[in-house]
Design a protein around this ligand. Structure first.
Ligand SMILES: NC(=O)c1ccc[n+]([C@@H]2O[C@H](COP(=O)([O-])OP(=O)(O)OC[C@H]3O[C@@H](n4cnc5c(N)ncnc54)[C@H](O)[C@@H]3O)[C@@H](O)[C@H]2O)c1
Length: 244
């Protein structure tokens, strides 16, 4: 069986991605800031073939340890989904240097560390698929989103393309997924003001928000052999939001 590691796996999108990859037949390593958080998520959505691991994506030692564990338990790392991410919501004029740096640590340094340690494994095993969760904000400047988030997601987009261009020769594919606002509990809370929710819905040509399952379906495709010749693509899951 093929293995997949998902970061931020206990979060709203992470759970849907883990569920979909498990149903696709992967042995899934759900990772997050604590093992308990993952175990609770696995129980909540009744997942089988999903294992829990603590992985703070900003810590290089955690990455090394998780890759070592997966290699000794399963013998391969076929797919890595870099999904963990945060938005510390400050407009640029109010954003402290500490918050700016924290955003880059969690959203970008994480993916640098992930890829740095995945590449030797994937080269040795003859290939692999790396999927980075960016955002519609990694494609365009977004009027409702702060600059630190947009800058980190833009960095993810070009980090993805660089790896795709330079490591494709090892049969390593690297692609990014770009959701618009996804209907999660987090967003329901954040957009509890009906006016703000209306703005977010109205910006989507399809007229409604994405669901976690929409995002998971895109990840599932990029992880699959059906996408064997897809490398370096930025796949929007945004109902057309980034088109104008
Ligand atoms: N929800 C949306 O509308 C939306 C839209 C576009 C892109 N995204 C992106 O999708 C990804 C998932 O977002 P979500 O909505 O599921 O958020 P979420 O807050 O529900 O989940 C994020 C997960 O990341 C984990 N996490 C945070 N810091 C971590 C760290 N240092 N190490 C390991 N894990 C850590 C959290 O514990 C949480 O489980 C993020 O990268 C986000 O930027 C989300």
């Amino acid at each position: 069986m093929k293995t997949a590691i998902v970061t931020g796996g206990a979060g709203s999108l992470g759970k849907a991605i883990c569920k979909k990859l498990a149903s696709d037949g992967f042995i899934v390593y759900m990772t997050d800031i604590s093992e308990e958080r993952c175990l609770d998520a696995i129980k909540e959505i009744h997942l089988e073939n999903v294992r829990a691991k603590k992985l703070d994506v900003t810590e290089e030692a955690d990455w090394i340890s998780v890759y070592d564990d997966v290699m000794s338990e399963e013998g391969s790392v076929d797919v890595v989904v870099n999904n963990a991410g945060v938005n510390i919501r400050f407009d640029i004029e109010e954003c402290s240097v500490e918050n700016w740096d924290r955003m880059f640590q969690i959203n970008v340094r994480s993916i640098f560390l992930s890829i740095k340690h995945a590449l030797p494994i994937m080269k040795a095993q003859g290939g692999g698929s790396i999927i980075n969760i960016s955002s519609v904000c990694g494609l365009v400047g977004h009027r409702y989103t702060n600059e630190s988030y947009t800058a980190t997601k833009g960095a993810v987009t070009l980090l993805t393309k660089s790896v795709a261009a330079r490591y494709g020769k090892f049969n390593i594919r690297c692609n990014s997924v770009h959701p618009s606002t996804v209907k999660t509990e987090l967003v329901n809370n954040f957009l509890s003001d009906p006016e703000r929710m209306k703005e977010r819905v109205e910006e989507v040509p399809l007229g409604h928000l994405a669901t976690p399952a929409d995002v998971a379906a895109a990840v599932s495709f990029l992880a699959s052999d059906e996408a064997a010749f897809i490398n370096g693509v930025q796949l929007p899951v945004d109902g057309g939001t980034s088109c104008d």
